[in-house]
Design a protein around this ligand. Sequence first.
Ligand code: ADP
Ligand code: MG
Length: 362
Amino acid sequence: MAHITLKDIAHSYTGESDNPYDYALKELNLTWRDGGAYALLGPSGCGKTTLLNIISGLLTPTRGQVLFNDENVTRLPTEQRNIAQIFQFPVIYDTMTVFQNLAFPLKNRGRSKTEIEPRVIELARMLGLEKDLYTKAQHLTADAKQKISLGRGLIRQSVNAILFDEPLTVIDPQMKWELRSQLKYLHKQFGFTMIYVTHDQTEALTFADEVIVMYEGEIVQVGTPEALFERPEHTFVGYFIGSPGMNITPCELQGNRIVIEGHEITLDCTYTDQPSSAKIEVGIRPEYLRLAPPQEKGLPVKIIKIDDIGRHKIARVAVNERIFHVVMPEISAMTGDHASLAFDTAHTNIYVNDHLIAGERP
Ligand code: ADP
Ligand code: MG
């Protein structure tokens, strides 16, 4: 096993170019710890598969280096990198049994029957495939076939890393949860470095210890699920993570005060003056906003809609044209359409040109 370093990697499918828009991956640097459980999260088209294929060797980057430990593998073919990769759709042999499919990567490398058999049986049990071990893959459901793919990726004990590219796309929603927990368990058991690509925040946050968020070919934040929730470093992270995402709205900033639509809020921190051309926004998660009766302190808002989603309520409110979402366990005793919106200032973030800035505590 190895730690993997991406050094000044950039990729353009049309080759070297001076135009930044040609790059599916802008310049990035990243180290993946040996044995880490990572998720690569971002919307469709942001460059996740491109990055994964650069690690596995299916793609040679236009610029930069890929290092396994300290060895430069940038130009090594996939077979020499000792990586297992699992794709969106099952890659298996339909005419082989489940047993034969799982055994194949080991058999191919000349491993003995006595080594192969217990391993296949153990893995089949972990994936819930044991009753189908001697059934041909072609007779199985799409779910089961993808489990075989997962198994083929997990069967070798000495891989440098296992890369999963949206592997649960074809899996039933119910089954997804179960398989994801199994992957997490397998990670704990075997200690492989795992990189799990997804556009689904729930998948990323439940699987990974560390999440890498990508947006338009760039890494916008690397952090624990908690850090992504509490302190999004980029407005995209705030917006993409959470349901509903972070409220992000333009404001004026003066020292420790912000002004939204003419209403002032005093913050916990003081910020340095920003250039007049800067785009300044305040970001606050719906969970850190509170609706109070209109006579209480806060931003005067109009309630547009309240959705009851069981566990909590989601209110959509407006200050003039600015919309905010508020998540509260209960929204009670609210008469009429008007309310006061209170900010939890300990969880209020300031963004300049989409990037989080730090303030000074008094
Ligand atoms: P993701 O996996 O996050 O959906 P991809 O890495 O597949 O994103 O794609 C990133 C960008 O690169 C997209 O704009 C996509 O259209 C482009 N792209 C992907 N594969 C190719 C290719 N083989 N040739 C040209 N452009 C590609
Ligand atoms: Mg992809």
